[in-house]
Design a binder for this molecule. Structure first.
Ligand code: ADP
Ligand code: MG
Length: 346
């Protein structure tokens, strides 16, 4: 294993109010470990880019905010003194320069001699497996190739921190997934500290060592992908990361009672209760073998699996997953079994 070459980032009390009065970010505290990939996940407008630009040094935090790299305060340092690489959604490349000149650009700005910077740029192109494109002009490249060049350019200066702002959002689905796994492998190999902004939960779950779920300029939860997925801090996180089913009912005598039937639970009586579970926590069985019975309303074949929409009888819809070979059709009744450790009662 390579030793971590990335810097640890410490963010303390960093908020951001723009000059027009927009409060984009409430003061947040966050530690990014050396070498980890931290994903900032949340809907548009929740402050992801603002937080990333604070780390980059493209914005200064409101009074009292502090940012340190490996313990050294960088709050007052502009981007060019922080040793960070940045990749944006729009490629921000120089369109009429060659690929290799784009990649070497940061080295030229830093005063590296021509020979040395071309050699260094060529080695990054080789690492990204785009050396064959070296002499092409940017406007002769596809979107995926441009984003590889943008990544190569960010890495060429050997930054200790790599900041990526929705780098795959502009690409089509197949390419997005392909480049996502390439970026994943690259970040792991380089052991660089990376902060990756996305609004895409699949990207966040796949790439993040840890995920920061953001909501309205604040942090809703910080955790590993598994923690955020299986133990969401609240309804907002549960709803944003994956599909969550909700059944309303009451708890009486160790039974959760809902429109679709009952479920034995170990919980005190409650006049209002909600059962929360993921589609994949569900096992569909014959109605005779279940205490919860639903009506199948829609079956969507997805190749290895089927996605099934069920009606609880009171209008509540839930989503379940089933193996592809389970015979199911709309309009029939189906039983639902939940493992005790795969739902929560709120
Ligand atoms: P995200 O990246 O999650 O979409 P942003 O950090 O870009 O969110 O924006 C957070 C909030 O700050 C939004 O309401 C946005 O309109 C506002 N905002 C972003 N940049 C500026 C700016 N330069 N001036 C004023 N408001 C801004
Ligand atoms: Mg943004």
């Amino acid at each position: 294993m390579t030793a971590p070459t990335g810097a640890a980032i410490s963010i303390a009390g960093c908020g951001k109010t723009y000059p027009d009065g927009t409060r984009a970010l409430s003061p947040v505290d966050l530690e990014v470990k050396a070498g980890e990939t931290l994903v900032l996940l949340g809907p548009s407008g929740c402050g992801k880019t603002t937080l990333l630009r604070l780390i980059a040094g493209l914005e200064t935090p409101d009074a009292g905010g502090r940012i340190a790299f490996d313990g050294a305060d960088v709050t007052a340092l502009p981007i060019e003194k922080r040793n960070v690489g940045m990749v944006f959604q729009s490629y921000a490349l120089f369109p009429n320069m060659s690929v290799i000149d784009n990649v070497a650009y940061g080295l030229r700005v830093r005063g590296v001699a021509t020979q040395a910077r071309r050699a260094q740029a060529a080695s990054v192109l080789a690492m990204m497996r785009i050396e064959a494109l070296a002499e092409r002009r940017i406007d002769q490249l596809s979107g995926g190739q441009r984003q590889r060049v943008a990544l190569a350019r960010a890495l060429a200066v050997r930054p200790r921190v790599l900041l990526l702002d929705e780098p795959l959002t502009a690409l089509d689905a197949a390419l997005r997934e392909h480049l996502r796994s390439e970026i994943d492998a690259l970040l792991r190999r380089l052991a660089i500290t990376a902060v990756y902004v996305t609004h895409d939960q699949a990207e966040a779950l796949a790439l993040g060592d840890r995920i920061v779920v953001m909501k309205n300029g604040a942090i809703a939860q910080v955790g590993t992908p598994r923690e955020v997925y299986f133990q969401p801090a609240d309804d907002y996180v549960a709803g944003f990361v994956g599909i969550t089913n909700r059944l309303e009912g009451i708890v009486r005598n160790g039974r959760f009672e809902t429109a679709a039937g009952i479920l034995r639970v170990t919980a005190p009586d409650r006049a209002k209760a909600r059962l929360l579970f993921r589609p994949e926590a569900v096992r569909l069985v014959s109605p005779a073998d279940a205490t919860l019975v639903f009506q199948v309303t829609q079956v969507e074949f997805q190749g290895p699996r089927q996605r099934v929409t069920l009606n609880a009888g009171d209008g509540t819809r839930i989503i379940a997953e089933a193996p592809a070979d389970l015979p199911l059709s709309a309009g029939t009744a189906i039983g639902l079994v939940l493992d005790a450790n795969r739902y929560s009662l709120a």
